[in-house]
Design a protein around this ligand. Structure first.
Ligand SMILES: [Ca+2]
Ligand SMILES: [Ca+2]
Ligand SMILES: [Ca+2]
Ligand SMILES: [Ca+2]
Length: 374
């Protein structure tokens, strides 16, 4: 019954009237995204509340599983950056403080995004300083880890535009930069590639300094965003690889998914747009279950977790909610996912852009999860 009601709403293009928005005073009726969601209602799936976070952790983002089972979480705190960006960990159904992070000398902010433990046991994270400065201030950072304890933290790469996702594949780390522009084109983005050797040397000496607005030798490949009504030119965002070692990324601004094939040495071989069964409007964080070659992605704009069967491109919506504050585990603009066993952890970023289902960076800050399978 509800489904037919919602379908009716979409068919008539009258979502704004069908939904009873308490505070919506806009007259927007032309959004091209068909959103099958109602305010504060769970429409698809059953995301569960993992924990509620205090104001000092107001924007949770990156998630990483360490070999010792620790689940690390970054809090860039971009919704209210009067609170410093910090490193946290998930313990059971609670979130615990791990470490403060160094501020950038120019922006005076730490802004940790995605994280990944390297083959050397150290924890690497990218920064999103783009919110503070458009002048290529973002860095790749290395946290020296000894016996699970945080040691020295220092930059190993400088000059990124908007460092976003990171993934280690063997002795190579791949990093997305959602704002790696070229001269004359402000809509570009890139995947970067750095070897463990390079980063180990950088950690002992000076960081690798990228050359903005060039095809720096560390660029694996670039992408161009088709800017839509959101006005967002952010490109490559989430990043992971399948069982055959192909990289996948998705564009935050236009939702295109890309498959990037690599040579045996980890350098670029080819890339293609992934053919999918249904248009996806926005891709933030993603993870691939390499046992099944299923991608789980965060559709930040539509407040949804979607799956893509990589074998045939079939897109399904695993969970989706309307404009929520996240309480009770409802999705509130998911940004990152992490699969641990049958549990899919979800960071609710809750910092909306124009034409997003999520309308308010509210004062409820949450982590959710979805139990997959039995
Ligand atoms: Ca740009
Ligand atoms: Ca992201
Ligand atoms: Ca919230
Ligand atoms: Ca919200």
């Amino acid at each position: 019954m509800i489904r037919y009601f919602l379908l009716g709403c979409i068919g008539l293009g009258l979502m704004a009237r069908c939904q009873q928005k308490k505070t919506d005073t806009t007259t927007e009726t032309t959004s091209t995204v068909s959103v099958t969601a109602t305010d504060n209602g769970s429409t698809i799936g059953n995301p569960v509340l993992l924990t509620t976070l205090p104001d000092k952790y107001n924007t949770p983002d990156g998630l990483a599983l360490a070999p010792d089972g620790t689940i690390y979480l970054s809090a860039p705190n971009l919704a209210d950056n009067t609170y410093p960006g910090v490193l946290l960990k998930i313990v059971g159904d609670s979130v615990q403080f791990v470490s403060e992070l160094p501020i950038h000398p120019d922006t005076k902010h730490a802004c940790p995004m995605d994280l990944a433990v390297g083959p050397d046991g150290n924890l690497y994270y990218s920064e999103n300083q783009y919110e503070n400065s458009k002048d290529y201030k973002s860095r790749l950072m290395r946290i020296s880890m000894k016996g699970g304890k945080v040691g020295e933290i220092k930059p190993v790469v400088t000059g990124l535009g908007l460092g976003n996702a990171v993934v280690w594949k063997g002795n190579t780390i791949y990093v997305t930069d959602s704002q790696w522009d070229m001269p004359g084109d402000t809509t570009d983005s890139a995947i970067f590639r750095f070897t463990l050797d390079e980063l180990t040397k950088a950690s002992a000496g000076a960081p690798i300094m990228l050359k903005p607005k060039t095809m720096d030798p560390h660029v694996l490949t670039t992408f161009t965003t088709t800017v839509n009504e959101t006005g967002l030119d952010n490109g490559a965002d989430g990043l992971d690889y399948d069982s055959e070692g192909n990289l996948y990324t998705g564009s935050f601004g236009d939702g295109t998914l890309y498959k990037v094939s690599l040579k045996p040495d980890g350098t670029f071989a080819s890339k293609e747009v992934l053919k999918v069964s249904k248009t996806i409007s926005c891709v933030d964080g993603l993870i691939i279950d390499r046992a099944t070659n299923t991608m789980y992605l965060c559709n930040s704009r539509e407040n949804a977790i979607m799956t893509v069967a990589l074998a045939n491109g079939t897109v399904s919506t695993l969970a989706q909610n309307g404009d929520t504050d996240g309480q009770n585990g409802r999705l509130d603009q998911p940004a990152e996912v992490l699969l641990v066993g049958k549990r899919l952890y979800i960071s609710n970023y809750d910092k909306p852009d124009k034409h997003f289902v999520n309308k308010n960076a509210d004062d409820v800050h949450t982590m959710s999860y979805i139990s997959l399978g039995q």
